[in-house]
Design a protein around this ligand. Structure first.
Ligand SMILES: Nc1ncnc2c1ncn2[C@@H]1O[C@H](COP(=O)(O)OP(=O)(O)OP(=O)(O)O)[C@@H](O)[C@H]1O
Length: 197
């Protein structure tokens, strides 16, 4: 039996899969957009949220120092799992918080930069705090603490403000952007910046 044809327009014929990378603070609306994306995208995509990787870990108590090591390893493994899925030709929606500088550096080292659609998921502080209170399953102040770092690199392919647009509208904008994404991509530009070019 022959292999199913690879989708045109989404991966541009490249052997690697496309990575739609949603970056924003906790409660900014990343998962909600990812759910909508998977509903409307025409090609097969996998949603890989960082939370799913934390949820796979055993639940035992750990000393803070050991926990820090285990968490660091989890994030590094998550980045490599994304790269691995994409390397095998799978399209991926990533739902991640770049709240520490090394995380972006690690992703820049690992992902094929022309295959990444880097999406800034923004939401004003007051609305983040309101959502945190309403959902009750995140520590109060978590999103506000992450705000300082998450968007500091300042370069995206596309950005959305989830206080002004519903998750479905953000997903539709991202989907419509895919066939027209310009080069260099945000990841290509960030790599050039990293390399001092
Ligand atoms: N565009 C939006 N408008 C209004 N409410 C939203 C919007 N997007 C998400 N929410 C609400 O905000 C809360 C957080 O959304 P979501 O889980 O998608 O965020 P997240 O960025 O994935 O958060 P986390 O990283 O903490 O998992 C949910 O209660 C969700 O219903």
């Amino acid at each position: 039996m022959s292999e199913p044809e690879q989708g045109a327009g989404v991966s541009d014929g490249a052997p690697g899969g496309l990575i739609i990378f949603l970056n924003g603070t906790s409660s900014s609306g990343k998962s909600s957009i990812a759910v909508e994306l998977l509903r409307i995208l025409d090609e097969p995509f996998f949603h890989l949220p960082v939370d799913a990787f934390h949820a796979m870990r055993t639940r035992q108590e750990m000393e803070p120092e050991r926990l820090a090591t285990v968490l660091h390893r989890t994030w590094r493994g998550y980045h490599r799992a994304i790269a691995g899925m994409a390397a095998a030709g799978n399209n991926v929606v990533v739902d991640h918080v770049l709240s520490e500088e090394w995380r972006l550096r690690d992703c820049l080292d690992l992902f094929v930069p022309q295959d990444v659609v880097f999406v800034g998921v923004h939401c004003p502080r007051a609305e983040l705090e309101r959502r945190e209170r309403e959902r009750g399953d995140r520590p109060p102040g978590l999103a506000a603490r992450q705000l300082a770092q998450v968007h500091t690199h300042g370069i995206y392919d596309i950005e959305c403000d989830t206080s002004r647009a519903a998750p479905g509208d953000c997903a539709k904008r991202i989907k419509d952007f895919l066939p027209h994404r310009p080069t260099p991509t945000a990841f290509q530009r960030l790599r050039e910046k990293r390399d001092g070019r």
